[in-house]
Design a protein around this ligand. Sequence first.
Ligand SMILES: [Mg+2]
Length: 292
Amino acid sequence: MKYLFPLNKLNFNIYKISIKNKIMVLVGLLIISCQTQNVVNKDKKYSKNQFQKNIRDYDIQAVLWQQLAAEHRALSYQAFNLAKLRLDTYLTKKKSTNKPLAIITDIDETIFDNSPFNAKMIKSNTNYTKKNWAAWVKLEKATPIPGSLKFLLYAASKGVEIYYISNRSSNHTKETVSNLKQIGFPITDKKHILLKDSISGKETRRQIVYKTKNVIMLLGDNLSDFSDLFDNKSTIIRNKLVDSLHLKFGNKFIVLPNPMYGDWETKGIYEGRYNLNSYQKDSIRKAKLIAY
Ligand SMILES: [Mg+2]
């Protein structure tokens, strides 16, 4: 077997070092070792103490952007202006089917702004739980995403039915309908609001609408609001699918911006692993950054 450094040569060189030099080398190694240990200890301290004090800090910029950036408002108006343009174009076309026209819309971060819920999680240093989400939903304080109310009222005035397909739990139907009504969203009878029972995927609920309606447009902040093609896919596949379907966006699919959460994070960044702790998530986020 060949060694990179022949052992006999290495041994010979070591024996040639004087005792004084050997002591200096040992002291040097000891200092380096201590310094390395300090860095490791600092990291451990950071992960166990400092980091736990700020588990949602990574979300601050996203929530501020959603709440305060005029660009968020502009993008929302842009989405609904485009939706109106497509709707008007569609209404001038000859009907290809006798089915009544319909639009399917998601609710959260598509027509409802829930950013105070995310802000609250940051301030109280807590992650999402069914319990803290339910507490927010019960307040019925979601506000409309800019442009959403005007667009859906316009569509309804043109005889287009609106179906609200959301992954809010069906246990929250009462509060959700009440919040929609308070804002003034149209067509909020229970037949038009399809919340989640047991299956997260929205395709089965979309199929119920497709049976009797001609769905001309879908609105959402999450790709799974448009097609089950996007369900449970990794970051790479999600991006490839969007490239292959690029002509759909701004046409049949109208996308709203949501930097705070979504499948892009849970299914994409964390690859569907829901049992990660905050420190592991932080490590993954940093590892996945693309720098130069
Ligand atoms: Mg949503």
